[in-house]
Design a protein around this ligand. Structure first.
Ligand SMILES: Cc1cc2nc3c(=O)[nH]c(=O)nc-3n(C[C@H](O)[C@H](O)[C@H](O)COP(=O)(O)OP(=O)(O)OC[C@H]3O[C@@H](n4cnc5c(N)ncnc54)[C@H](O)[C@@H]3O)c2cc1C
Length: 498
């Protein structure tokens, strides 16, 4: 049997399930707590609705934990002449940078031009000027630069300061009360509209205790990312679009003092790879692979790693091998296409635009496609659909904002990160894996997902696990299970192991 979180976690969850279930119908229930669901939750909570959000895994445990963390205007979509999407993404980027200065900042990106001739450079320069103009000329004007890593064109984008998972959590954890309820590890398993009572009856499964609950909500929002088609099916909703899936993988290499974020052409394809500093590592990627089976999308394969290493050997200085990889991240992009779309195309040729489908007769909304950057634009559209059906209960208020004075660990591989106890009590953290992968960057910044190259951090991980278990036996079981996961998804691909 799987290690079950301790009494404190289970009791806190029971209170939140009670709030979802027992205090009359919610105004809105959101399924899926990636960036789309979290931004919608923030918008509706701020607007005065009684709102709930559930995720069958941890918050941000889907695609939103695997992004490049760039808040960008979609330079690459210029190649499809998709100006409308670029303008919309640039606007979202600007809004996000202005409204969340503590979460995101401007970053210089160096687009390598060493491989380009005179015409190629002139073309890139013109494309970047156009991009800058479409972005409202808010950021610095693109310019040529001849730095130590060779000639480049420098332009600007936004980047998250901490991580994508913590950004998502910040939209959720900033607001909790009997009227704003968020529950992770809680799966929507059934949903039907009771027309007479004018509300949805929704079956939720607690994936920690196995208990099932039925709750009511006036409006249902499907923000399940790449799983939106499944949630539509469960709820009997029919949308005019569906998702095509594109897998993206990054490798993390040691940073070795590098400071510049770089964009390199992908060898053999009309695409690019980025090499971006993030804490003590450099993120290298992403891949862009069409897939059909979602299960294969959330774990990097040996082929993904070989491809990225081969590209790194062509573009980055110094030799890089499997032994240099600190960690990997893998996710699936939800690309919205019309329901009857059947073509085989390179995913970059598909639009990244989000679609908000309003099911007016059923008081439901489904969100398809989109980017991290466009989360709040989609949220605004969902909120205006909700406003047609339900009146807010309270006057709109300002968002409470990020928590200050978070207690942090001192020393060891968790140095500087939120303590496990605080993550458990204030950030809904239920397991060691939630803590290492999403509440902190330990699993991404420390080799072998935090365990250390030779397993030298196991005793530290065991101490962290103690916060989520009732006793030593529970903590050992949780750590053993985590170690097994590391063997399965990290060691087997990189042929590593302690
Ligand atoms: C490699 C890669 C790099 C990227 N880089 C960038 C970037 O730099 N900038 C950018 O703007 N965008 C980027 N993106 C795109 C961006 O990450 C995604 O568009 C975004 O994260 C999608 O968020 P989402 O909330 O729609 O989906 P998700 O984050 O997948 O959230 C959906 C959630 O729904 C939950 N769920 C599913 N079914 C159920 C159910 N039945 N009950 C309860 N919960 C359920 C899942 O557990 C999941 O957590 C990147 C994507 C990839 C893959």
């Amino acid at each position: 049997m799987k290690a079950r979180p301790g009494r404190r976690v289970v009791e806190a969850r029971a209170v939140r399930f009670g709030n979802l279930r027992d205090a009359g119908p919610l105004d809105v229930l959101i399924t899926g707590a990636g960036i789309s669901g979290a931004a919608i939750y923030q918008e509706l909570a701020r607007s005065g609705y009684r709102v709930g959000i559930v995720d069958r895994g941890d918050f941000a445990s889907g695609t939103s934990q695997a992004s490049g963390m760039l808040i960008w205007g979609g330079l690459l979509y210029l190649r499809n002449l998709d100006f409308a999407t670029v303008v919309a993404l640039c606007r979202s980027r600007q809004r996000l940078l202005e409204k969340n200065p503590e979460d995101a900042s401007v970053v210089d990106l160096h687009f390598s031009t060493g491989h380009l001739g005179v015409f190629g450079k002139a073309f890139m320069w013109s494309a970047l000027q156009l991009y800058w103009g479409l972005g409202g000329c808010h950021l610095a004007k693109p310019r040529f630069c001849d730095g130590e890593a060779g000639p480049s064109l420098v332009y600007q984008e936004g980047m998250l300061r901490e991580s994508d998972s913590r950004f998502v959590l910040g939209r959720i954890a900033g607001r909790t009360s009997a009227d704003c309820v968020s529950v992770n590890h809680c799966e929507l398993v059934s949903a039907s509209r009771d027309a007479a009572a004018a509300c949805w009856r929704v079956g939720l499964k607690d994936r920690i205790t196995g208990d099932e609950h039925v709750i009511r909500a006036k409006v249902l929002v499907n923000a399940a990312g790449v799983w939106a088609d499944d949630v539509d099916r469960i709820a009997g909703l029919v949308s005019p679009c569906k998702h095509v899936f594109s897998k993206g993988v990054y490798l993390m290499f040691p940073r070795n003092g590098e400071r510049a974020a770089r964009v390199h052409p992908m060898v053999g394809r009309q695409d690019v790879l980025t090499h971006v500093p993030w804490g003590p590592v450099m993120m290298w990627g992403p891949t862009e692979t069409p897939i059909r089976d979602l299960e294969e999308g959330f774990a990097p394969s040996r082929d993904d790693v070989e491809f990225l290493l081969a590209q790194a050997r062509s573009s980055l200085r110094g030799r890089v091998g499997k032994e240099d990889v600190v960690s990997m991240r893998s996710g699936v992009r939800p690309l919205a296409v019309p329901r009857n779309f059947e073509k085989e195309v390179y995913p970059l040729d598909l639009s990244r635009k989000h679609r908000v489908v309003v099911h007016a007769g059923q008081h439901a909304v489904s969100v398809f496609g989109g980017k991290f950057t466009s989360g709040s634009a989609a949220a605004g559209q969902v909120a205006s659909a909700v406003g047609r059906w339900v009146e807010p209960r309270h006057a709109a208020t300002e968002w409470v904002g990020r928590e200050v004075g978070i207690p942090r660990n001192e020393g060891g591989c968790g140095d500087g990160f939120v303590t496990p106890e605080h993550a458990r009590d204030s950030e809904f953290c239920a397991t060691l894996e939630d803590y290492l992968r999403r509440r902190t960057q330990i699993a991404q910044w420390t080799p072998r997902m935090g365990l250390g190259r030779a397993g030298e951090n196991r005793s530290q991980l065991l101490e962290m696990a103690a916060a989520f278990a009732d006793d030593e036996a529970g903590a050992i079981k949780m750590t053993d299970e985590y170690e097994e996961t590391v063997r399965r998804i990290h060691d087997s691909v990189l042929e590593a192991g302690g």
